[in-house]
Design a protein. Structure first.
Length: 510
């Protein structure tokens, strides 16, 4: 499989596309007002401990408090003992430091060091953990741990054994190490150099922990472009193509600092056409925010996002195939499985996902579809868990959510419909106007009204064939003067008194 990373940099944003065999499978977008924050470390203050939720809310300086679930504290609570006196622990039913539950160490107002593991989304603040990690090019440093982990993507047993022995040899006291995929085949000196840089970073963080007053940012992870290069630019990536000389220099400098031999795969793109147009990425991005996704075989997917979950509906569309319904359904479902995995990766959909496949009778066919899904999601960096297919053809799955889905990064709710995709019909608007007039008449104000509406609504009111405005006037015995207000949305209207042109809308429209 041919992999490529294409980077488009402008004054407003940086977009990074990951292509597999020429198809867009992942897209990262970073803007100055919405920078990547996963991996950032903060010194915060416990705002509130909610034992019923098994969580605490931490003030780290954001609009919404960060969310710390007790399960994200794990056993790494060494940093918390600085604020707790020895006698407090000794009086806790004879518990010592090794026996105290993590949540027992939290109290309102307490200072705490946390790291962001999920970015804020909608009205939810970021999710944080007390188990800190410092990622490098080849290693991840884990303070206050004593374990060694090897990337599961390194398949060679011999190489895994070599890297584990090397990690044991280099392992500092009171630290754990995770060996990353790109460390495969690297010699000791390069890995040791990466470790020394990580230890230096941790030393700087510790100095800030002792002196900083919360809420305070202690450590900021690499920006989007550098982090993608660090995490995704492995030996199986054929090239990185970037349309900015400045970003090309930054990427090359980073690769040289970490001793990577992939420097010669970084290319500068020079063309009058935009880079995403040349690589046919722009159209895929536009398609990724549409609900309907067409498939080559004539079938299509319908992807609907909600607050609680994402629903994917598989439809046969124009595909008829041969007469055997079971074979047709299997063929469409297999094609859909491949496209669903690509779309969920591209849209960066996280949380609970329900897929409604076309009904199949044979259990062996259902298993083939599930196997195809598992195979396709095997290339996904996010953690996915798939359930079995129900008798209704439904598959429930979860996908790791780290940052908001792509649709929230490149779009915002419609100011007219408020994001639900629906606006009142003209008949509904007229009914609302009539109710407001009835309330106006009941208040015994002047029987002369100025009604301000959108231009489209004015045509609807003044239509000579139906005489809607005159029917209202005769029905309620009131003089209505209709005016255009260009600033109003199509479904909005304003009521003004005739004598003083006083806006009384808020009194009569609920």
């Amino acid at each position: 499989m041919k992999k490529e990373i294409i980077i488009n940099s402008t004054n407003e944003d940086t977009r990074i596309a990951l292509l597999e065999n020429g198809k867009l499978v992942e897209l990262f977008v970073e803007r100055p007002d919405r920078e990547r924050m996963v991996g950032d470390i903060y010194k915060g203050r416990v705002r509130r401990v909610v034992r019923g939720m098994q969580a605490a809310f931490i003030d780290i300086g954001f609009e919404q408090d960060a969310f710390l679930h007790f399960s994200d504290m794990g056993s790494n609570v060494n940093q918390l003992f600085a604020d707790i006196e020895e006698e407090e622990l000794e009086n806790g039913n004879g518990k010592n430091k090794n026996q105290v539950e993590p949540q027992d160490l939290l109290r309102n107002g307490q200072e705490i060091v946390v790291q962001i593991i999920k970015e804020p989304i909608s009205s939810k603040g970021p999710r944080v953990t007390t188990e800190l990690t410092i990622p490098g090019r080849f290693l991840v440093l884990v303070p206050n741990q004593h374990r060694i982990g090897i990337s599961r993507k390194i398949s060679s047993r011999q190489e895994r054994r070599r890297l584990r022995q090397l990690a044991r040899k280099l392992l500092p006291k009171n630290f754990g190490l995770i060996v990353r995929t790109v460390a495969e085949g690297k010699n000791e000196s390069i890995i040791k150099q990466d470790l020394e840089k990580l230890l230096s970073d941790w030393e700087e963080i510790q100095k800030k922990i002792r002196t900083a007053k919360p809420p305070m940012l202690l450590y900021q992870d690499l920006g989007m472009a550098s982090s993608v290069i660090r995490d995704l630019f492995t030996s199986d990536v054929a090239r990185v193509v970037v349309d900015s000389r400045k970003m090309q220099r930054e990427i090359i400098r980073y690769l040289r600092e970490v001793g990577s031999e992939l420097v010669n795969r970084v290319e500068y793109f020079k063309s009058k056409k935009p880079i995403f147009d040349v690589f046919r990425i722009e159209q895929d991005i536009q398609n990724s925010i549409q609900k309907k996704v067409n498939m080559p075989n004539g079938g299509y997917l319908f992807i609907e996002h909600t607050e609680a979950l994402t629903v994917v509906d598989v439809n046969s569309g124009r595909y008829f195939g041969k007469k055997d319904h079971e074979r047709n359904s299997l063929k469409i479902n297999l094609e859909a499985s491949r496209e669903i995995a690509r779309q969920l990766r591209l849209r960066d959909v996280g949380g609970l996902i329900v897929i409604d496949f076309i009904d199949m009778e044979e259990e062996s066919n259902k298993q083939k579809v599930l196997n195809e899904l598992r195979k396709e999601f095997g290339r996904d960096r996010a953690i996915t868990k798939l359930g079995e297919m129900s008798r209704f053809g439904l598959v429930e799955m979860t996908r790791q959510r780290i940052r908001p889905s792509l649709i929230y990064n490149i779009t915002e709710p419609c100011p007219t419909c408020g994001g639900n995709g629906l606006v009142p019909t003209r008949g509904t608007i007229l009914a609302n106007i009539e109710r407001a007039i009835r309330r106006y008449i009941a208040a015994r104000l002047d029987r002369r009204i100025i009604l301000q509406v959108h231009p489209e609504m004015l045509d609807y009111l003044n239509n000579k064939r139906f005489g809607r405005r005159f029917r209202l006037m005769w029905k309620y015995w009131v003089k209505i003067t209709a005016e255009v207000n260009e600033q109003l949305q199509r479904h909005e209207f304003r009521l003004l008194t005739k004598r003083k042109r006083e806006d009384v809308t808020d009194r009569f429209v609920f």
